[in-house]
Design a binder for this molecule. Structure first.
Ligand SMILES: NC(=O)c1ccc[n+]([C@@H]2O[C@H](COP(=O)([O-])OP(=O)(O)OC[C@H]3O[C@@H](n4cnc5c(N)ncnc54)[C@H](OP(=O)(O)O)[C@@H]3O)[C@@H](O)[C@H]2O)c1
Length: 321
């Protein structure tokens, strides 16, 4: 008889609890026993059938959601070396229409190149909260924005999942950070290490004569055309969502010596291991709450709350009823 695992799926009337076959790792893959997972903005986009949601996960049923995880290697496929059963690992599943598994279940299989090992000093909760938001921030700021020593980043949505870890990552890359958030979050964001924090309803960060090397628009609330006057020559605007204005922005960027970029996050071993070291060294990923998997619907609902202050973590290993 085929061995099965406990899993969840998004159904018409909310979260359902189901059984699925335990996946077998193929060549180059490992199987991970999930300990903790976390909720991203993407889950609701898939549940709602948003246009963007169709690119984040396969539309095939059952909709087992969840990309982020911390767990233990449970089995190793052919051709995988240097990692053993029992190793503590973290990462995220690909945001791709080919992804048909989810981390709100007991096991996943994933390529070795898409996971990183965890230092003892990083808890499962922090490791599960961090992968997507930290990889998105790192790849936006360092790879697209070329943020480095002495360069200045403007981070929009600085109290959000990506923005708040983005503040700490910018400082570790040697940058200066001006952070933009709502009034309720100003003190919290200052505590994350921002050099300057602007209340988004009091201060317009654009059109005031100031310019930045990188403008990181985490909620994709603006457009390249709107912010281009606030970029230095050679500066970069990075957004998290594709839009109709993106391609014209890229062309306009070519003509003006400024760059317009869309980040597409990837779970990469080297980046995970870099950030794991920073987490071990105190890089903050604020956690709002932790829910047992038996209350996954409440965790998904919490992600939508305006007063949420950090990431929503799900206890998968210990949270079944
Ligand atoms: N392209 C990729 O690879 C990728 C990867 C991961 C996530 N994403 C996307 O990135 C987006 C952000 O993700 P997240 O996890 O950081 O979400 P989040 O935790 O909900 O944070 C979004 C932040 O943006 C702020 N905000 C919302 N509307 C704003 C506006 N009009 N002006 C200024 N600030 C605004 C919100 O704060 P207040 O409204 O309280 O001020 C909130 O703090 C999501 O759409 C997600 O799907 C893309």
């Amino acid at each position: 008889m085929m061995a099965t695992m406990r899993a969840t799926a998004a159904g018409k009337d909310g979260v359902e609890f189901i059984e699925l076959p335990i996946p077998e790792p193929e060549e180059g893959e490992v199987r991970v026993a999930i300990k903790r997972a976390s909720v991203n903005a993407g889950e609701q986009k898939v549940i709602d059938g948003d246009f963007v949601g169709r690119f984040l996960r396969s539309a095939s049923a059952p909709l087992v959601l969840g990309w982020d995880f911390a767990g233990k290697v449970d089995a190793v496929g052919k051709g995988v070396y240097g990692i053993d059963r029992g190793a503590r690992v973290w990462g995220h599943l690909p945001f791709s229409p080919d992804t048909d598994q989810g981390t709100f279940s007991e096991y996943i299989v994933i390529k070795r190149s898409e996971i990183g090992e965890l230092p003892d000093g990083v808890s499962d909760d922090v490791a599960a909260a961090a992968p997507t938001v930290a990889m998105t921030a790192l790849q936006s700021l360092r790879d697209h924005g070329q943020l480095g020593e002495g360069r200045h980043a403007l981070i929009i949505g600085a109290a959000g999942g990506i923005g708040s870890v983005g503040v700490g990552i910018s400082k570790r890359l040697g940058g200066k950070v001006t952070a933009v958030c709502s009034a309720k979050d100003v003190d919290r964001v200052r505590g994350l290490g921002a050099d300057e924090v602007l209340d988004r309803r009091e201060t317009n960060p654009f059109g005031n004569g100031r310019s930045y090397d990188v403008i990181f628009d985490t909620p994709a609330a603006h457009s390249f055309g709107h912010v281009t006057g606030s970029l230095v020559r050679g500066g970069t605007y990075v957004t998290t969502l594709p839009s109709l204005g993106l391609f014209p922005g890229m062309v306009r960027g070519l003509l003006t010596g400024k760059r317009c970029r869309f980040v597409q996050v990837a779970s990469r071993r080297a980046d995970l291991e870099l950030v794991a070291g920073w987490l071990d060294d105190g890089l903050e990923v604020p956690i709002d709450s932790t829910f047992p998997i038996s209350e996954l619907q409440a965790a998904l609902d919490r992600q939508q709350d305006r007063d949420r202050a950090g990431r929503v973590v799900v206890d998968v290993a210990g949270g079944w009823v």
